[in-house]
Design a protein around this ligand. Structure first.
Ligand SMILES: Nc1ncnc2c1ncn2[C@@H]1O[C@H](COP(=O)(O)OP(=O)(O)OP(=O)(O)O)[C@@H](O)[C@H]1O
Ligand SMILES: [Mg+2]
Length: 249
């Protein structure tokens, strides 16, 4: 389990995280919602050490990440996989090489083990027999699938997704949402997803967290959110620009 406790972060005196408290429970899919610019990606970057908080704790199975040395932190990072907004692949490498790369570099695997595992991962994400293609020969949805296969190559315990379906059509988005759930179950992961897409959120989430004004303003199951009378939750689920959530333009 990951427990985020009282996390604060400002950029040049502008607060973005204002005391975030959130539990990412083991074995569940937790989805974070919130308006654009609300600090969701900033929160995720704290989990993987790309940003340091001004204050607060991030406990992974009880161990606080913040005071760890680089060596200790890197050991912890091996348990995490991340799919960033945009899901960057190495454009000069084939799909096979994209997935094989972390196995060689990070896991130190060699020889015949690699092709077998790469093919099995590409099959798992629905892309068998196309390992020889280059990333620019793929559609956006296929690139997301390859990025997922590459993330799984490191056999993580935790997987973090930053807007995994942004830029995809509704049908491909739905297929990716299904794949995320399937991947979660088959690999017994703990998943943490930033998403805006209400249909997809309802399909995937075991727990929802609404980030608003730098704090988790609402937390619960999908049915608790659907039944909620909290005006923040209602506005978000109904996608209205009028209401207590003010957008910055
Ligand atoms: N490294 C940084 N330096 C300064 N400001 C930053 C930095 N990273 C993020 N911010 C600011 O923090 C705020 C939150 O950004 P963040 O990217 O977390 O939003 P978000 O909720 O992920 O939005 P979106 O849904 O559009 O991706 C923004 O105002 C952004 O400009
Ligand atoms: Mg973001």
């Amino acid at each position: 389990m990951i427990e985020i406790k009282n996390l604060f972060k400002s950029f040049e005196d502008r607060p973005v995280l204002n005391g975030v408290n959130l539990k990412i429970e083991k074995g569940l899919i937790t989805v974070v919602l919130g308006v654009s610019g609300g600090g969701k990606s900033v929160l995720l970057k704290h989990l993987i050490g790309l940003l340091r908080p001004d204050q607060g704790e991030i406990l992974v199975d009880g161990i606080d990440l913040i005071p760890l040395t680089e060596v200790e932190f890197n050991a912890m990072l091996r348990r995490f996989a991340v799919l960033f907004q945009g899901g960057a692949l190495f454009d000069s490498m084939t799909l096979f090489e994209n997935v094989a790369f972390p196995m060689r570099e990070r896991l130190g695997l060699k020889g015949f083990e690699i092709p077998k595992r790469v093919e099995s991962l590409l099959r798992q994400v629905g892309l068998p027999n196309i390992g020889w293609k280059m990333p620019d020969q793929l559609s956006g949805g296929m690139r997301k699938r390859v990025a997922l296969a590459r993330a799984l190559a490191l056999t993580p315990e935790y997987i973090f997704y930053d807007e995994p379906t942004t830029g995809l059509d509704p049908i491909t988005s739905d297929a990716i949402a299904n794949l995320i759930v399937k991947t979660h179950r088959e690999n017994r992961l703990t998943s943490f997803i930033i998403s805006h897409n209400i249909n997809e959120i309802f399909k995937m989430a075991d727990r929802l967290a609404l980030l608003h004004n730098g704090v988790v303003a609402a937390y619960g199951t999908v049915s608790e959110f659907q039944q909620s009378k909290d005006p923040l939750v209602r506005q978000f689920l109904e996608g209205r620009s009028e209401g207590p959530i003010q957008i910055m333009e």
